[in-house]
Design a binder for this molecule. Structure first.
Ligand SMILES: C[S@@+](CC[C@H](N)C(=O)[O-])C[C@H]1O[C@@H](n2cnc3c(N)ncnc32)[C@H](O)[C@@H]1O
Length: 180
């Protein structure tokens, strides 16, 4: 396969969207975070959710993670002073040392990510949520089902549907179940 085509296919699988999230979806994602003190945004892209997080949670610490160098650079220009990590989501999550609850706000396209990347990312998210009780993941999906299969000690809840987005999306929250 020609290198350019392969590159485009990989980029499409990583992006998983036809357009940036609408302000309605961004707003619904931030509502689902609640009163967060620490937020890590995965797959920030051009920053529609980042913008909403900065304006609605001005006192929370925020790290924005984006793997594509050009998008990470755009984020740095658009949001001066923001902690932008041009890195893979799981690498950043594995290096975090929070002891207070953290909200992971993700736009990662789990249904189209390559399987190995999907698996290591889910493992890192679950490890962080288990390690810091009270933490949660806020994730949107275009599919009529949960964004990914979580382990048995976790529970998904759908918070809302956002019709004013192309395509319409559901906002879901993942939290670990209290130990039996
Ligand atoms: C669906 S787009 C969302 C962009 C933006 N947050 C929005 O809502 O419009 C997903 C983003 O995740 C990034 N991405 C995909 N896999 C990633 C990974 N493993 N680590 C970090 N970023 C990743 C892609 O480069 C892309 O910018």
């Amino acid at each position: 396969m020609p290198a350019l085509l392969l590159h485009l296919l990989k980029k499409t699988a990583l992006t998983g969207a036809v357009a940036p999230s609408s302000r309605f979806l961004a707003s619904a994602m931030v509502r689902a975070t609640g009163e967060a003190r620490h937020v890590v945004e995965l797959g920030a892209g051009t920053g529609p959710v980042t913008k909403e997080l900065r304006s609605r949670l001005p006192n929370a610490s925020l790290i924005a993670v984006e793997i594509q160098p050009s998008l990470a650079q755009q984020l740095r220009s658009r949001f001066p002073g923001l902690d932008v990590r041009q890195d893979l989501a799981h690498e950043v999550l594995d290096g975090l040392v929070y002891t207070d609850p953290v909200v992971v706000v993700s736009s990662l396209p789990f249904r189209s990510l390559p399987k190995d990347m999907h698996d290591v990312t889910v493992t890192s998210i679950e490890r962080l949520l288990r390690r810091v009780p009270g933490s949660k993941l806020v994730q949107f999906t275009y599919q009529p089902r949960a964004p990914f299969e979580a382990s048995a000690d976790f529970q998904w809840n759908k918070t809302c549907s956002v019709w004013r987005n192309a395509p319409p999306a559901g906002v879901w929250v993942l939290q670990s179940l209290p130990a039996a």
